[in-house]
Write a protein that binds this ligand. Structure first.
Ligand code: ADP
Ligand code: ASP
Ligand code: MG
Length: 408
């Protein structure tokens, strides 16, 4: 008998038939003697619909009230899943995040889980219930409902797995595992049987939204065994996220290609190259609670430098306003440029550490495709480039082929 967390994403619970299928799967596991906690997302499209409704009430909806609205999608699926289980003769109970004691901080829309009270879960499991939990939500210390950021049901599932020391956290989605890149863009992409935690963290944070980045961080911190599987297939072992990097005799140089269409590029041009400039540019951006991703400062000519960074596309306008109104004159910059028609593409692989020449091969492939690179940044196990969004799909396909990722 194992204690298993099973998380079902939006497409897996998209309508009553799918919810029934999900309940059948849970029932099968339960009947074979396992204890199951199911974590469910809202039906696909539901969270966007709820955000749309809130937008109709006011521009830039109040964050507390927005969370109040968008947390409801998961409550509906949790109840429906429990009903379907009960109909199949399985004892089941559903809970919202707040009923269960999932305590978060108060950052509405991107709250972090601080603590999970496992009392109710343990009691129900002991009595033979399947527990169904509404993902994506919690309660802050003063009683406000919070949500965990888009894709946050993954994090609910992993955090519960960590808190209750589950044997496995199964993430059921609409693909049958983690692929070398998004199979929707490259049909030849290959399913991986396993991926290291470190690589998964890079892939997720660089844009592979198959898992919310914070769920991977949480899995790493508490060593939660995760398996990503399809809710549409009965068979298949999915992809396991491993913590034992040395197990493989040799790691492939490149494990995958991640990309992100959500970023915009901002360039502050012709800035006097003096100490404190980076702080003067980024300080006001941070004060406005805008997250900055890639940061690149060029060595300029004749005492001037260019400073480039990326922000989420939705934050581009506010970032440009701040720079134009509060920063440009102060630091004597020549011009501020913003570009939202860009995308970030990254090659990821732990094997990169020991192999030179990956970057030059990547740049040759892009050059052969006549794709211009705006910005480059590297770390030990990844190389990221910013390029024109219109070129992204071609770039991913060409690199996937050139690095022979389909071959494995
Ligand atoms: P869910 O609704 O189940 O949470 P998501 O849409 O969040 O599902 O994540 C699954 C999607 O992630 C897939 O349909 C796929 O298009 C996308 N994806 C992006 N990168 C990858 C990858 N490397 N491997 C598998 N899927 C990926
Ligand atoms: N329903 C939320 C979203 O669409 C959370 C999730 O699906 O994980 O982002
Ligand atoms: Mg998801």
């Amino acid at each position: 008998m194992a204690l298993i967390i099973q998380k079902f994403g939006g497409t897996s619970v998209a309508n009553p038939e799918r919810i029934n299928d999900v309940a059948e799967r849970i029932a099968r596991y339960h009947k074979s003697g396992h204890q199951i906690i199911a974590v469910v997302s809202a039906m696909s499209g539901e969270t966007n619909k709820l955000i749309g409704l809130a937008d109709e009430m006011m521009q830039n909806p109040d964050p507390r009230e927005l969370d109040m609205v968008i947390s409801t999608g998961e409550q509906i699926t949790a109840g429906l899943t429990a009903l379907s289980l009960i109909d199949k003769g399985i004892q089941a109970k559903s809970y919202t995040g707040h009923q269960l004691g999932i305590t978060t901080d108060s950052s509405f829309g991107k709250a972090r889980i601080m603590d999970i009270d496992t009392k109710i879960l343990k009691k129900d499991l002991k009595q033979g219930f399947v527990v169904v939990v509404a993902g994506f939500q919690g309660l802050d210390k003063v009683g406000n409902i919070t949500t965990l950021g888009r894709g946050g049901s993954d994090t609910t599932a992993v955090a519960i797995a960590a808190a209750i020391k589950a044997d496995e956290c199964q993430i059921y989605t609409d693909v049958d595992g983690i692929y070398t890149t998004d199979p929707r863009v490259v049909p030849e992409a290959r399913k991986l049987n396993s991926i290291t935690f470190e690589e998964m963290l890079e892939m997720a944070s660089l844009g592979s939204k198959v898992l919310q980045t914070r769920s991977v961080e949480c899995a790493g911190k508490f060593k939660v065994p995760i398996r990503v599987l399809s809710s549409f297939d009965i068979k298949g072992d999915g992809t396991v996220i491993t913590f034992e990097e040395d197990k493989k005799m040799e790691n492939p140089i490149i494990s995958g290609i991640a990309f992100n269409r959500d970023e915009a590029e901002v360039s502050v041009r012709g800035v006097p190259d003096t100490p404190g400039v980076a702080y003067q540019i980024l300080g006001p951006i941070a004060d406005a609670n805008i997250d900055v991703d890639m940061i690149i400062q060029n060595v300029g000519e004749s005492g001037a430098t260019d400073f480039t960074f990326t922000v989420h596309k939705r934050d581009l306008k506010e970032t440009m306003d701040i720079l134009n109104e509060k920063v440009k004159a102060k630091i004597n910059a020549r011009e501020i440029m913003g570009d939202s028609k860009v995308a970030k593409l990254s090659l990821v692989g732990v094997g990169m550490r020991t192999h030179a020449g990956i970057a030059s091969k990547m740049f040759k492939v892009l050059s052969d495709e006549k794709i211009n690179i705006n910005t480059i940044s590297t770390s030990e196990i990844k190389i990221s480039v910013i390029l024109e969004e219109a070129n992204l799909d071609n770039a991913v396909k060409a690199l996937h082929k050139a690095f022979e990722l389909e071959k494995g």
